[in-house]
Design a protein. Structure first.
Length: 330
C-alpha cells in the first residue's frame, strides 16, 4: 500500500520534498471493517492549508501522517454487512492506494457510463457542491444579473458559471491563459472570459462587465479581487470560497479598495462547504440533472499513480491543471 506522508511544513511555495512516499502492508480486516482499493484521489487547494500549523477551520495534518484527501474506490474485501465486494464508495482515505474503514463516512455511489467514478470527486462531488452552496445560497443570483467567477475553468469555477447560466445570468469568468478562456466561453458557454495573465486585467474586466457585477464568486483573492471590487454594483453579493493566489504567499496581498464593500452595501460571506450538508440533497438533484442534460460540462486533468501526486498538487496550485485535478491510482 503506497502512501504519501507530510514530511515538512512548507515555508512559502510547497516543494516535492515536503512529501514522503512510503510503502506499507495492506492491513488485515477486523469485524465490521471494509477494505477499499482507491481508484482516484482528489487533489484540492485546501490541502495546502492543512500542511500549515496554526488556526484554521480544520486541524492541520500531522507530520509523518498520510496526507488527507477525498477518494473514490471499490470494496475489495468486506466484514461489514452494509458493504459488498465491488461496491463503489466515496471515502476520505487520503493519499494512499488502499483504505480501511468501519463504514462510517463511507458512501456508496452508483457508477455508470454517464456518471463515471471520478465525477464524484468533481462535478458531482465536493467541488460541485461548493459551487452550488456558494452561488445559490450566498450569491442568490437573479436572471439578468452579472455573475463573475475567478479560477473559472477549474473544478469549482466551471460549475459556478454554468449554474449561473442555467439561472439566466450574464456570466463572466477569469482564468489564466487563452486556452482556458477559449474553453470557458466556447465549451462551457460563459458570455465572456478575462485572461488575467494578458496584462490588461482592469481594462478587460471593465469591457466584459458593462453593467457592473452583481455576484462575485471569489476563488483567488489578490489583484483579481481588487479589480472586481471596483466593478461592484449596489447590493452585490460575494460568496468567499477560496483565496488560492495567497495559499503559498509569505506576505499577504493588501486589499487597496476594501471600502467598496461599504459604498455598495455588499454582502460578503466566507463559507466552508462541509458546514452546509442540509443543502446537499437539493444541490445534488440540480447538479445531476444539469450534468445529465449536458448543461453542465466538465473537464479533468489526471496524473498517473501516487508517485506523481506531489508534482500534480504543486502544478494545480500554479494553474497547470485544466479542470478538476485527479490522481489515478488503479
Ligand atoms: P481549481 O481546479 O480551480 O484549481 C486551482 C486554480 O487556481 C488553478 O487552476 C489556477 O487557475 C488558479 N490559480 C492559481 N493561482 C492563481 C493566482 N495567483 N491567481 C489566480 N488564479 C490562480 O481548484 P478548485 O476548483 O478545487 O478550487 C477553487 C477554489 O475554491 C480554491 O480557492 C479552493 O480553495 C476553493 N474551495 C473552497 C471550498 C470551501 O468550502 N470554501 C471547497 C472547495 C474549494 P488559472 O490557470 O485560471 O489561474
Amino acid at each position: 500500500n503506497k502512501q504519501v506522508l507530510l514530511a515538512n511544513r512548507p515555508k512559502g511555495w510547497v516543494q516535492e520534498s515536503d512529501f514522503k512516499l512510503v510503502e506499507t502492508d495492506v492491513p488485515a480486516l477486523k469485524d465490521g471493517e471494509v477494505l477499499v482499493k482507491n481508484l482516484y484521489l482528489s487533489l484540492d487547494p485546501y490541502m495546502r492549508g492543512r500542511m500549515n500549523e496554526g488556526k484554521s477551520y480544520a486541524a492541520s495534518s500531522k507530520l509523518d501522517e498520510v496526507m488527507v484527501g477525498g477518494t473514490i474506490g471499490v470494496v475489495t474485501e468486506s466484514k461489514n454487512p452494509k458493504f459488498q465486494v465491488d461496491d463503489n464508495v466515496l471515502g476520505y482515505f487520503g493519499w494512499q492506494e488502499y483504505g480501511v474503514s468501519d463504514g462510517k463516512g463511507l458512501q456508496k455511489v452508483s457508477v455508470s457510463q454517464q456518471v463515471p467514478a471520478s465525477a464524484y470527486l468533481g462535478v458531482l462531488g465536493m467541488p460541485g457542491l461548493t459551487a452550488w452552496v456558494g452561488l445559490m445560497s450566498i450569491g442568490q443570483p437573479k436572471a439578468g444579473e452579472t455573475v463573475v467567477v475567478s479560477a473559472a475553468s477549474g473544478a469549482v469555477g466551471s460549475v459556478v458559471g454554468q449554474l449561473a447560466k442555467a439561472h439566466g445570468c450574464r456570466v463572466v469568468g477569469l482564468a489564466g491563459g487563452k486556452a482556458k478562456c477559449d474553453y470557458v466561453v466556447n465549451e462551457l458557454g460563459f458570455d465572456a472570459c478575462v485572461d488575467y495573465k494578458a496584462g490588461k486585467l482592469v481594462e478587460d474586466l471593465t469591457a466584459a462587465t458593462p453593467d457592473g457585477i452583481d455576484v462575485y464568486f471569489e476563488n483567488v483573492g489578490g489583484e483579481i479581487l481588487e479589480a472586481v471590487l471596483d466593478r461592484l454594483n449596489a447590493h452585490a453579493r460575494i460568496p468567499l470560497c477560496g483565496f488560492v493566489s495567497q495559499y503559498n504567499a509569505t506576505t499577504a496581498h493588501p486589499v487597496r479598495n476594501f471600502g467598496a464593500l461599504l459604498i455598495n452595501r455588499v454582502k460578503l460571506q466566507g463559507f466552508i462547504v462541509g458546514e452546509h450538508a442540509e443543502l446537499f440533497p437539493q444541490a445534488m438533484k440540480e447538479l445531476s440533472e444539469l450534468v445529465a442534460s449536458g448543461k453542465i460540462k466538465y473537464r479533468e486533468t489526471v496524473a498517473e499513480g501516487l508517485d506523481n501526486a506531489p508534482k500534480a498538487f504543486i502544478g494545480m496550485l500554479k494553474g497547470e491543471n485544466f479542470g478538476k485535478q485527479l490522481v489515478k491510482l488503479a
